[in-house]
Ligand binder design. Sequence first.
Ligand SMILES: Nc1ncnc2c1ncn2[C@@H]1O[C@H](COP(=O)(O)OP(=O)(O)O)[C@@H](O)[C@H]1O
Ligand SMILES: Cc1cn([C@H]2C[C@H](O)[C@@H](COP(=O)(O)O)O2)c(=O)[nH]c1=O
Ligand SMILES: [Zn+2]
Length: 200
Amino acid sequence: MFIEPRVGTRPGSNSARRGWIEVVCGSMFSGKTEELIRRLKRAEIARQRVEIFKPALDTRYHAEDVVSHNQNSIRSTPVPVAQEILLLATSCDVVGIDEAQFFDESLVEVCVQLANGGTRVIVAGLDMDFQGQPFGPMPALMAVAEFVTKVHAICVRCGELASYSFRVTAAEDKILLGETDAYEARCRVCFQEGLRQKAK
Ligand SMILES: Nc1ncnc2c1ncn2[C@@H]1O[C@H](COP(=O)(O)OP(=O)(O)O)[C@@H](O)[C@H]1O
Ligand SMILES: Cc1cn([C@H]2C[C@H](O)[C@@H](COP(=O)(O)O)O2)c(=O)[nH]c1=O
Ligand SMILES: [Zn+2]
Protein backbone atom coordinates (compact mmCIF):
# COMPACT_ATOMS: atom_id res chain seq x y z
CA MET A 1 0.00 0.00 0.00
CA PHE A 2 1.22 3.48 -0.84
CA ILE A 3 1.82 5.67 2.23
CA GLU A 4 1.96 9.39 1.53
CA PRO A 5 5.48 10.71 2.12
CA ARG A 6 5.88 13.45 4.72
CA VAL A 7 8.26 15.99 3.26
CA GLY A 8 9.93 19.07 4.64
CA THR A 9 9.78 17.79 8.22
CA ARG A 10 13.38 16.64 8.72
CA PRO A 11 15.73 19.02 10.57
CA GLY A 12 17.51 21.17 8.00
CA SER A 13 15.16 20.27 5.15
CA ASN A 14 13.91 23.06 2.91
CA SER A 15 10.53 24.08 4.34
CA ALA A 16 9.25 25.46 1.00
CA ARG A 17 6.14 23.65 -0.29
CA ARG A 18 7.38 20.60 -2.16
CA GLY A 19 5.72 19.00 -5.13
CA TRP A 20 6.24 15.59 -6.67
CA ILE A 21 4.80 13.17 -9.23
CA GLU A 22 3.24 9.78 -8.50
CA VAL A 23 2.31 7.37 -11.31
CA VAL A 24 -0.17 4.50 -10.90
CA CYS A 25 0.01 2.20 -13.93
CA GLY A 26 -1.03 -1.27 -15.06
CA SER A 27 -3.46 -3.08 -17.33
CA MET A 28 -7.20 -2.57 -17.53
CA PHE A 29 -9.09 -3.78 -14.42
CA SER A 30 -5.90 -3.62 -12.31
CA GLY A 31 -7.28 -1.06 -9.85
CA LYS A 32 -5.58 2.11 -11.16
CA THR A 33 -8.70 4.25 -10.79
CA GLU A 34 -9.53 2.78 -7.37
CA GLU A 35 -6.01 3.59 -6.17
CA LEU A 36 -6.17 7.10 -7.65
CA ILE A 37 -9.53 7.74 -5.94
CA ARG A 38 -8.20 6.33 -2.64
CA ARG A 39 -5.23 8.70 -2.63
CA LEU A 40 -7.34 11.71 -3.66
CA LYS A 41 -10.03 11.08 -1.04
CA ARG A 42 -7.35 10.83 1.67
CA ALA A 43 -5.99 14.19 0.52
CA GLU A 44 -9.52 15.64 0.75
CA ILE A 45 -9.85 14.24 4.28
CA ALA A 46 -6.59 16.08 5.07
CA ARG A 47 -8.40 19.25 3.86
CA GLN A 48 -6.05 19.70 0.95
CA ARG A 49 -7.31 21.44 -2.17
CA VAL A 50 -7.77 18.69 -4.75
CA GLU A 51 -8.57 18.92 -8.48
CA ILE A 52 -9.07 15.92 -10.75
CA PHE A 53 -8.83 15.88 -14.53
CA LYS A 54 -9.49 13.35 -17.26
CA PRO A 55 -9.33 13.52 -21.07
CA ALA A 56 -12.63 14.74 -22.49
CA LEU A 57 -12.73 11.81 -24.90
CA ASP A 58 -13.22 9.32 -22.04
CA THR A 59 -17.00 9.34 -21.70
CA ARG A 60 -17.39 5.64 -20.86
CA TYR A 61 -19.13 5.74 -17.48
CA HIS A 62 -19.80 9.42 -16.96
CA ALA A 63 -19.13 12.65 -18.85
CA GLU A 64 -17.51 14.25 -15.80
CA ASP A 65 -16.87 11.91 -12.88
CA VAL A 66 -13.92 9.53 -12.73
CA VAL A 67 -15.56 6.13 -12.12
CA SER A 68 -13.85 2.79 -11.38
CA HIS A 69 -15.03 -0.56 -12.72
CA ASN A 70 -16.67 -1.24 -9.35
CA GLN A 71 -18.53 2.10 -9.48
CA ASN A 72 -16.42 4.04 -6.96
CA SER A 73 -16.35 7.64 -8.18
CA ILE A 74 -15.01 11.14 -7.65
CA ARG A 75 -15.92 14.38 -9.40
CA SER A 76 -13.55 15.51 -12.15
CA THR A 77 -13.08 18.06 -14.91
CA PRO A 78 -12.80 16.71 -18.46
CA VAL A 79 -10.18 18.59 -20.51
CA PRO A 80 -9.58 18.38 -24.28
CA VAL A 81 -5.80 18.96 -24.04
CA ALA A 82 -3.20 18.63 -21.27
CA GLN A 83 -2.25 22.34 -21.32
CA GLU A 84 -5.69 23.21 -19.98
CA ILE A 85 -4.81 21.50 -16.70
CA LEU A 86 -2.23 24.24 -16.02
CA LEU A 87 -4.91 26.92 -16.38
CA LEU A 88 -7.41 25.11 -14.16
CA ALA A 89 -5.08 23.76 -11.46
CA THR A 90 -3.91 27.04 -10.00
CA SER A 91 -4.05 27.22 -6.21
CA CYS A 92 -4.53 23.54 -5.48
CA ASP A 93 -2.36 21.23 -3.39
CA VAL A 94 -3.05 17.96 -5.19
CA VAL A 95 -3.83 17.28 -8.85
CA GLY A 96 -5.18 13.89 -9.96
CA ILE A 97 -5.20 12.83 -13.61
CA ASP A 98 -6.94 9.65 -14.84
CA GLU A 99 -6.63 7.88 -18.24
CA ALA A 100 -3.34 9.71 -18.80
CA GLN A 101 -2.48 7.46 -21.76
CA PHE A 102 -4.98 9.40 -23.90
CA PHE A 103 -3.15 12.73 -23.51
CA ASP A 104 -0.29 13.73 -25.81
CA GLU A 105 3.35 14.05 -24.73
CA SER A 106 2.81 17.62 -23.47
CA LEU A 107 1.23 16.08 -20.35
CA VAL A 108 4.76 15.30 -19.14
CA GLU A 109 5.79 18.98 -19.12
CA VAL A 110 2.47 19.95 -17.53
CA CYS A 111 3.06 17.50 -14.65
CA VAL A 112 6.67 18.63 -14.23
CA GLN A 113 5.61 22.30 -14.09
CA LEU A 114 2.94 21.54 -11.50
CA ALA A 115 5.33 19.52 -9.34
CA ASN A 116 8.07 22.16 -9.65
CA GLY A 117 5.52 24.72 -8.45
CA GLY A 118 4.83 22.69 -5.30
CA THR A 119 1.84 20.55 -6.33
CA ARG A 120 1.51 16.82 -5.60
CA VAL A 121 0.56 15.25 -8.94
CA ILE A 122 -1.00 11.76 -9.06
CA VAL A 123 -1.32 10.29 -12.56
CA ALA A 124 -3.09 7.02 -13.43
CA GLY A 125 -3.02 5.35 -16.82
CA LEU A 126 -2.46 2.28 -18.95
CA ASP A 127 1.23 1.54 -19.37
CA MET A 128 0.58 -0.64 -22.46
CA ASP A 129 -1.92 -0.67 -25.28
CA PHE A 130 -3.79 -3.70 -26.68
CA GLN A 131 -0.66 -4.70 -28.63
CA GLY A 132 1.56 -4.64 -25.55
CA GLN A 133 3.28 -1.41 -26.66
CA PRO A 134 4.01 1.54 -24.32
CA PHE A 135 1.01 3.87 -24.36
CA GLY A 136 1.26 7.65 -25.06
CA PRO A 137 3.04 9.76 -22.42
CA MET A 138 3.07 6.98 -19.78
CA PRO A 139 6.71 5.82 -20.18
CA ALA A 140 8.03 9.40 -19.96
CA LEU A 141 5.81 10.12 -16.96
CA MET A 142 7.20 7.05 -15.21
CA ALA A 143 10.71 8.35 -15.88
CA VAL A 144 10.14 11.76 -14.30
CA ALA A 145 7.99 10.52 -11.37
CA GLU A 146 9.31 10.21 -7.82
CA PHE A 147 6.97 7.27 -7.16
CA VAL A 148 5.73 4.61 -9.59
CA THR A 149 3.19 1.99 -8.52
CA LYS A 150 2.38 -0.86 -10.91
CA VAL A 151 -0.88 -2.59 -10.04
CA HIS A 152 -2.13 -5.90 -11.45
CA ALA A 153 -5.44 -7.40 -12.48
CA ILE A 154 -6.27 -11.11 -12.43
CA CYS A 155 -5.89 -12.99 -15.72
CA VAL A 156 -9.41 -14.04 -16.72
CA ARG A 157 -7.99 -17.09 -18.51
CA CYS A 158 -5.75 -18.68 -15.87
CA GLY A 159 -5.99 -16.70 -12.62
CA GLU A 160 -2.36 -15.49 -12.59
CA LEU A 161 -1.47 -11.81 -12.19
CA ALA A 162 -2.35 -9.87 -15.35
CA SER A 163 -0.26 -7.05 -16.82
CA TYR A 164 -1.81 -6.96 -20.30
CA SER A 165 -5.10 -5.70 -21.78
CA PHE A 166 -6.14 -8.15 -24.50
CA ARG A 167 -8.58 -6.76 -27.09
CA VAL A 168 -11.18 -9.39 -27.93
CA THR A 169 -12.38 -7.64 -31.10
CA ALA A 170 -10.56 -7.33 -34.44
CA ALA A 171 -10.42 -3.48 -34.33
CA GLU A 172 -6.91 -2.10 -34.93
CA ASP A 173 -7.38 1.54 -33.83
CA LYS A 174 -5.14 2.44 -30.92
CA ILE A 175 -8.03 4.18 -29.17
CA LEU A 176 -11.14 2.10 -28.67
CA LEU A 177 -13.13 2.86 -25.51
CA GLY A 178 -14.57 -0.22 -23.87
CA GLU A 179 -14.95 -2.56 -20.95
CA THR A 180 -15.36 -6.33 -20.76
CA ASP A 181 -17.17 -6.09 -24.10
CA ALA A 182 -13.84 -5.33 -25.79
CA TYR A 183 -10.98 -6.21 -23.38
CA GLU A 184 -9.76 -8.97 -21.07
CA ALA A 185 -7.07 -8.69 -18.40
CA ARG A 186 -4.47 -11.33 -19.24
CA CYS A 187 -1.08 -12.56 -18.00
CA ARG A 188 1.91 -12.62 -20.37
CA VAL A 189 1.36 -16.25 -21.43
CA CYS A 190 -2.37 -15.89 -22.13
CA PHE A 191 -1.82 -12.53 -23.86
CA GLN A 192 0.73 -14.05 -26.24
CA GLU A 193 -1.56 -17.01 -26.85
CA GLY A 194 -4.36 -14.57 -27.76
CA LEU A 195 -2.12 -12.67 -30.21
CA ARG A 196 -1.15 -15.99 -31.89
CA GLN A 197 -4.83 -16.97 -32.24
CA LYS A 198 -5.64 -13.58 -33.76
CA ALA A 199 -2.79 -13.87 -36.26
CA LYS A 200 -4.16 -17.19 -37.64
N1 LIG B 1 -9.83 -9.37 -14.23
C1 LIG B 1 -9.97 -8.57 -13.19
N2 LIG B 1 -8.99 -8.48 -12.27
C2 LIG B 1 -9.12 -7.68 -11.19
N3 LIG B 1 -10.21 -6.90 -10.96
C3 LIG B 1 -11.21 -6.92 -11.85
C4 LIG B 1 -11.15 -7.77 -12.99
N4 LIG B 1 -12.29 -7.59 -13.69
C5 LIG B 1 -13.03 -6.68 -13.03
N5 LIG B 1 -12.38 -6.26 -11.92
C6 LIG B 1 -12.91 -5.21 -11.01
O1 LIG B 1 -12.24 -4.01 -11.38
C7 LIG B 1 -11.91 -3.27 -10.20
C8 LIG B 1 -10.79 -2.30 -10.52
O2 LIG B 1 -11.36 -1.26 -11.29
P1 LIG B 1 -10.55 0.04 -11.68
O3 LIG B 1 -9.93 0.67 -10.47
O4 LIG B 1 -11.52 0.90 -12.47
O5 LIG B 1 -9.41 -0.55 -12.62
P2 LIG B 1 -8.57 0.18 -13.76
O6 LIG B 1 -8.70 1.67 -13.59
O7 LIG B 1 -7.16 -0.28 -13.56
O8 LIG B 1 -9.16 -0.30 -15.07
C9 LIG B 1 -11.57 -4.38 -9.21
O9 LIG B 1 -11.70 -3.96 -7.86
C10 LIG B 1 -12.61 -5.44 -9.53
O10 LIG B 1 -13.81 -5.16 -8.85
C1 LIG C 1 -5.71 -1.42 -24.01
C2 LIG C 1 -6.44 -0.26 -24.62
C3 LIG C 1 -7.49 0.35 -23.92
N1 LIG C 1 -8.15 1.39 -24.47
C4 LIG C 1 -9.25 2.02 -23.73
C5 LIG C 1 -10.28 1.09 -23.15
C6 LIG C 1 -10.81 1.85 -21.95
O1 LIG C 1 -11.82 2.73 -22.43
C7 LIG C 1 -9.59 2.66 -21.50
C8 LIG C 1 -8.85 2.05 -20.32
O2 LIG C 1 -9.62 2.16 -19.15
P1 LIG C 1 -9.20 1.53 -17.74
O3 LIG C 1 -9.67 2.56 -16.76
O4 LIG C 1 -7.72 1.33 -17.71
O5 LIG C 1 -9.93 0.24 -17.60
O6 LIG C 1 -8.68 2.68 -22.61
C9 LIG C 1 -7.78 1.89 -25.72
O7 LIG C 1 -8.36 2.87 -26.20
N2 LIG C 1 -6.75 1.30 -26.40
C10 LIG C 1 -6.06 0.25 -25.89
O8 LIG C 1 -5.11 -0.23 -26.55
ZN1 LIG D 1 -3.15 -16.15 -17.91
